[in-house]
Write a protein that binds this ligand. Structure first.
Ligand code: C2E
Ligand code: MG
Ligand code: MG
Length: 707
């Protein structure tokens, strides 16, 4: 019955009646359509959920209209399970023997698989096209240049950036060009640094390709740019080369490297660089090139006052000028470094103490000449500590091998210790390191630690020494003198620890304590008794000092008129303006200001004109031999006279004997202080003494203070 339906491979058969309604389906249709045959029969074609493309439908309608056969029409069918299927049908009209049109008959087959495969292919093609587009976009927009070579070293792919980096015209390269030909092109057009040949450049690529992973080589171009080329071998042979212009990055790296090793202000090597250079020099000397090495640590004198009074711009200018002078003074091969602040160092190939000292003196002379900085003339000085490493011959005495046992760290430390001693010795001093300085430094460190602990543990106490008015032989005031009650050493003298406290800054908390304690103690004494407190230049220089005095007075309730501050002339030597201002402020409050240790400095007398002191305390060195020497007596007389003319009270310190007292009295001093009347005494004793207003028996009383 369906014999003429062949040769189309058929999954099912179908028939329609003359009206186009389905009149027969073979049972296989049920599996494809997912519906029973009974549900399909009798329906018109349009009742089925199948669709064909425009073109297919047209062909079909035409065939039907003309009662012709049709073949291979494809439909999409919405299967009840939701998964779309495709089928293809063919059919032809059938006629009765009498020639009447009976409808169509045909076959159908499931072509879903073919359809899906075709769809997938179409999608894949679209994806590949898109991928290529993206690849091209990526290639052209890369910040790096790129070339792809095959196993025969022939160019397959390159991008615009590559052409740009190497200054090539857009049409300069062709697919299939050999890598050597490209290099030859670049060499011929003078792209590479002078001296590069086709062979040398090719060799670079070759060696960088022999590694397993990607390796980078730097190409220096004639115009100064540096290009990093990375070659990555590819699995099937050939390689990808990427090129990056790293000129800027390399410049930044170099700058950062420089900054890490140089001082930003003077551009001198910094401490890190000095260590490296020193280590290198010592190493080189060990390897046989003899000659010694001297390390000079330099510290500017009076830099701080310049910086404070003229501002940082002048301070910076000064440091730069100093750096320049030092640079000029040293020999080629020597190193000048800035260690920080106003500290510099010089490394010089000198093995001899005399030569090193001569260099130090030369540097000091050069630094001490006046500077002209933005219309201001400033003068500073310099102190120098020297450490020597005799790298050449070794030391027969200690059996030390040449250079062995020296490292730059140690030399710097030694030079620093020598510098410390130099500064203690006064301005412009040069000191050579000696082993015993090490010991001193260690002791100092120990003492500093103990001093901190003592502050924490309240181990300080105040003793008071009476100041006696010679007109009435009465105590008019006392001087507070600090002592340190040390667990092992007993009472320690301020002469031992005040300098260290000043150096370490501990004088600030310590001095603050002394001030508050003295005011508290004095507040309980009779009205007419004042208290004198010693003030270190460091305290006075510290901003907020006046405020701390006001606070101490406020807390204790002591009247400002009963407080005397003793300063030494070094206060007027340093940053004068700010200090003078503080002193004026305090004096306006009613606090009295005394000049202590008068006569021990260089220009004591000139300082008397700079500030209206209330009292001059003549140093005890003048008293010591005033009874015997006419000169000392004459000096006391002159100072007393000067004081009187300026309206300043004069006090003579350190009166120990009756003859001294007689002389001092004869010279006209108004007040005295000394063991003859009383040594400094603890609070309880002095309080009793003041209450009774008794001046103890006049006889020398020794005090024992640990040094
Ligand atoms: P200064 O201010 O000149 O104090 C006078 C020093 O002379 C005291 O020494 C005192 O004991 C000593 N002295 C008094 N009369 C005689 C005498 O007749 N003969 C002899 N040979 N000496 C006498 P001290 O207590 O050892 O203090 C030494 C220095 O320490 C003080 O000298 C002062 O400059 C400093 N000082 C003491 N206490 C403080 C303080 O609280 N702060 C600060 N910044 N310095 C202080
Ligand atoms: Mg004093
Ligand atoms: Mg004194």
């Amino acid at each position: 019955m369906f014999e003429d339906a062949a040769p189309i491979a058929a999954d099912w058969f179908w028939e329609t009646d003359p009206a186009g309604r389905f009149s027969h389906f073979s049972p296989e249709i049920e599996r494809f359509f997912g519906r029973p045959v009974a549900a399909l029969l009798g329906a018109e074609r349009s009742a089925f959920a199948w669709e064909a493309g425009e073109e297919g439908l047209g062909r079909y309608r035409m065939a039907l209209a003309e009662c012709r056969a049709f073949r291979g029409l494809t439909y999409r069918y919405r299967h009840p399970d939701g998964v779309p299927r495709w089928f293809e049908i063919s059919g032809r009209p059938r006629y009765s023997p009498a020639g009447d049109f009976l409808g169509y008959r045909g076959v159908g087959s499931d072509v879903s698989d073919q359809h899906r495969t075709r769809d997938a292919l179409v999608r894949a093609h679209a994806e590949i096209t898109e991928q290529n587009r993206r690849f091209d976009a990526a290639l052209e927009n890369m910040s790096q240049g790129l070339c792809l070579f095959d196993a025969d070293h022939r160019l397959l792919v390159w991008n615009r950036r590559y052409l740009e980096i190497f200054g090539l015209e857009p049409g300069a390269l062709d697919v299939g060009m050999s890598q050597r030909a490209i290099i030859a092109l670049l060499v011929a057009s003078g792209r590479y640094r002078v001296g590069a040949t086709v062979d040398s450049v090719s060799e670079g690529t070759r060696t960088s390709l022999t590694g397993d992973g990607p390796t980078s080589i730097l190409r220096e171009l004639a115009d100064g740019r540096v290009v990093a080329a990375i070659h990555r071998p590819m699995p099937g042979g050939g390689w990808v080369a990427t090129f990056e212009d790293v000129t800027e990055r390399r410049r930044n790296e170099a700058r950062i490297m420089h900054m890490a090793r140089h001082d930003g202000l003077t551009d001198l090597p910094n401490r890190t660089a000095l260590r490296e250079i020193g280590t290198e020099r010592i190493g080189a000397a060990r390897d046989g090139s003899r000659s010694g090495l001297a390390v000079l640590c330099l510290d500017l004198d009076r830099f701080k006052p310049v910086n404070d009074s003229f501002g940082h711009a002048v301070g910076d200018g000064l440091l730069k000028a100093v750096a320049e002078r030092l640079r000029v003074q040293v020999r080629a091969g020597d190193t000048v470094a800035r260690l920080g602040g106003d500290e510099f160092a010089v490394l010089s190939a000198i093995g001899d103490a005399e030569d090193a000292a001569a260099l130090a003196q030369r540097l000091i002379r050069s630094i001490s000449a006046p500077y002209q900085l933005s219309g201001i003339t400033v003068e500073i000085g310099m102190s120098v500590g020297i450490a020597l490493a005799d790298l050449g011959e070794g030391d027969p005495e200690s059996g030390r091998d040449p250079g062995i046992g020296y490292d730059i760290e140690r030399l710097l430390k030694e030079a620093d210790m020598a510098l410390y001693e130099a500064k203690a010795g006064g301005r412009g001093t040069v000191r050579l390191f000696e082993p015993q300085m090490d010991e001193t430094a260690r002791e100092r460190l120990g003492l500093e630690r103990e001093l901190r602990e003592a502050l924490q543990a309240d181990r300080f106490e105040l003793h008071y020494q009476p100041l006696v008015d010679l007109a009435c032989d009465r105590i008019t005031g006392v001087e507070a003198l600090v002592r340190w009650r040390h667990p092992e050493r007993g009472l320690v003298s301020p002469a031992t620890f005040i300098p260290l406290a000043e150096e370490t800054g501990l004088i600030l908390p310590l001095g603050g304590w002394v001030l508050r304690q003295a005011c508290r103690d004095a507040a309980g004494w009779p009205e007419g008794i004042s208290v004198a407190v010693n003030v270190s230049p460091i305290q006075l220089r510290h901003r907020g000092f006046a405020q701390s005095v006001v606070a101490a007075l406020g807390e204790s309730g002591l009247a400002a008129e009963r407080l005397e501050l003793e300063i030494t002339e070094s206060v007027l030597l340093d940053d004068t303006e700010a200090n003078l201002e503080t002193l004026h402020t305090l004096r306006r409050l009613g606090v009295r200001i005394s000049m202590d240790d008068f006569g021990t400095g260089y220009s004591s007398i000139s300082y008397l004109r700079r500030f209206p002191f209330d009292k001059i305390k003549i140093d005890r060195s003048f008293v010591r031999d005033c009874a015997g020497s006419r000169d000392a007596g004459a000096i006391i007389r002159a100072i007393v006279g000067l004081g009187a003319s300026l309206g300043i009270t004069t006090l003579v310190e350190g009166v120990e004997t009756e003859p001294q007292l007689a002389t001092v009295r004869a010279e006209g001093a108004q007040e005295v202080q000394g063991y003859l009347f009383s040594p400094p005494r603890p609070f309880a004793e002095i309080a009793a003494m003041l209450a009774a207003q008794t001046i103890p028996a006049r006889e020398p009383v020794g005090t024992t203070l640990a040094a």
